[in-house]
Design a protein around this ligand. Sequence first.
Ligand SMILES: C[S@@+](CC[C@H](N)C(=O)[O-])C[C@H]1O[C@@H](n2cnc3c(N)ncnc32)[C@H](O)[C@@H]1O
Length: 220
Amino acid sequence: MAIPHDGDVDRHTQIILNRYADRDNIKLLHTAPNVLIERYLAKVMAVDEIAGKTILELGAGGSQYVPIFLGNGCKRYYANDIIPERLNVVRRDDPRFVEKPGDFRNIAVPEPVDIVFANLTMMFLQPLLNEFVVRIRESLKVGGSFLSYDANYFCPLSIYRHFRTRGANPGRVFSPFRYARAFQRNGFEIERLVPLTAAYNWTTGNWLFGTSFWLRARKL
Ligand SMILES: C[S@@+](CC[C@H](N)C(=O)[O-])C[C@H]1O[C@@H](n2cnc3c(N)ncnc32)[C@H](O)[C@@H]1O
């Protein structure tokens, strides 16, 4: 289905831009890197896998994963965000850190990358999902991986949080399984699809109690 357009920006992207209209006020979470690794990333990826890899983060504005990728020896890290100001808070003085501001669908990715990473971003892009999956595929090397972490709406707590949100909300209630199928249709193999509430390890694998989920998909 075509997304309605008002001028240069499609209407859904305009909702995203409206959400971040106050560009001087960027909230940054501060989770200790070891906690991010142990409770989150380790569910889908070992840190050893980062060394030597080229990584592109979609929606990198405010990302807490930048020090983890750079600190664990990635070869290059491309930081992409549609709101350039949101990259100000993650910028690093490191030759491997390369900024790619702009709509991910339109940026020129300088080289096919090993990993495309998206944290709490794909949940904002559901109405545009197919366009993004196609671009993610184009950005990856064959055998490269796409990793995303988003809200799991099979969990009642996530539904509650969704409807409690006030103001411009680009988030849409969606099925992780339908989401995974969009990748399969576009030539990916699903390697992991895992619900979790990070602080509660017992929720890992439980679609009712895991507030979020990881997808890991490999480009065939
Ligand atoms: C909820 S925030 C998550 C930010 C960050 N990944 C984190 O973990 O805190 C979603 C991010 O996606 C970005 N974004 C939304 N649409 C985008 C697009 N079309 N291209 C690139 N970035 C986009 C937003 O500007 C925002 O920074």
